[in-house]
Design a protein around this ligand. Structure first.
Ligand code: TPP
Ligand code: MG
Length: 321
């Protein structure tokens, strides 16, 4: 990993966090009228992924999709306009935060139904295999999606059909307010259980960006050389409430010690310290970089607010139920 890669991943993480923090800060204005699932605390996984993903690779995601979409190069302006329900939003203002799509960069979509995009991604991977493309498909989902039947069907199908797909589980230990304990067998390691199905599986600390980068690189090499699917589990933590711009620590479904332990593992702060030690960053550089990002993000919000709402007729076009 050269210095350029390290800095690029740092900047990506800062970009992701500033986007999410700006959404959180402005959500109370009540102009973004869709639920938002923010990924503050989970930035390292997407930043590492963005470094490894190739242009032709396909990506799908779930309800917590902002960073996956941006990591694949999805348009920030279109995403923010989508949150404001505007006609130039990536889903024409009809989908909101959980329904992002940018076909120009092969971000094939995200949906609000837990596990729903897992089989669709296998379809995309199968199509790219039939067409003999060099690309592979990455599908991002949470630890809750492991409890959906389609997860097992799809992993089984991907193994049998030798699909070029990378299943990426961001294990933040919670499904809304429920920890893993009442949901999954005690002491079960997700990646071990999935590995037992017959798929190559890796696990990494999702808050350490260099580990995330290596894991994605290894996964990519494996799929490229063996022409078989891979499963990845990254352990990480969301800092805010499940859905919305606030912190909900007062609800006590996560203990204060646990929260503090994970805040100390903040992927950006720790990596920043490392880069300062290496003399790749200093206070001035950090300040300038953050300011540059804030300008880009604020411009996207300004444009989104200025944009028009869709025509009423548009509400019934391209809708499926
Ligand atoms: C099939 C289905 N069941 C339940 C829900 C309600 N729901 C929305 S998000 C969520 C939690 C999912 O947890 P996880 O997959 O771990 O993702 P995280 O929110 O932690 O990123 C649930 C249960 C849903 N959207 N779809
Ligand atoms: Mg979760």
């Amino acid at each position: 990993m050269n210095n350029k890669t390290l800095l690029s991943m740092y900047k990506k993480m800062q970009f992701f966090r500033i986007v999410e923090e700006t959404i959180a800060a402005r959500y109370h204005e009540n102009k973004m009228r869709c639920p938002v699932h923010l990924a503050i605390g989970q930035e390292a996984i997407s930043a590492a992924f963005s470094q490894v993903a190739q242009k032709g690779d396909y990506v799908m995601s779930s309800h917590r999709a902002h960073l996956h979409y941006l990591a694949k190069g999805g348009s920030l302006n279109s995403m923010i306009s989508e949150l404001y329900g505007k006609e130039n939003g990536c889903s024409l203002g009809k989908g909101g935060s959980m329904h992002l799509i940018d076909l120009k960069v092969n971000f094939m979509g995200s949906t609000a139904i837990v596990g729903n995009t897992i089989p669709i991604s296998a379809g995309i991977a199968m199509a790219s295999k039939i067409k003999k493309e060099k690309s592979m498909t990455f599908v991002f989902f949470g630890d809750g999606a492991i409890e959906e039947g389609v997860f097992y069907e799809t992993v089984n199908f991907a193994i049998v059909k030798e699909l070029p797909i990378v299943f990426v589980c961001e294990n933040n230990f919670y499904s809304v307010y429920s920890p893993l304990k009442p949901r999954q067998p005690k002491d079960r390691k997700i990646f071990k259980m999935v590995e037992a199905m017959g798929i190559k599986s890796f696990k990494a600390d999702g808050n350490q960006i260099k580990k995330c980068y290596r894991t994605f690189s290894d996964a990519k090499k494996y799929v490229d050389s063996k022409k078989k699917p891979v499963f990845l589990e990254f352990e990480t933590y969301r800092h805010l409430e499940h859905c919305g711009p606030n912190n909900d620590d007062n609800l006590n479904y996560r203990g204060s010690k646990e929260i503090l332990r994970w805040k100390k593992k903040d992927p950006i702060i720790n990596f920043e310290k490392e880069l300062i030690k290496k003399k790749l960053l200093n206070k001035k550089k950090i300040y300038l970089e953050k300011n540059k990002i804030k300008k880009i993000v604020n411009t996207a919000f300004f444009k989104a607010e200025k944009s028009s709402f869709p025509n009423q007729k548009e509400a019934y076009r391209n809708l499926y139920a």
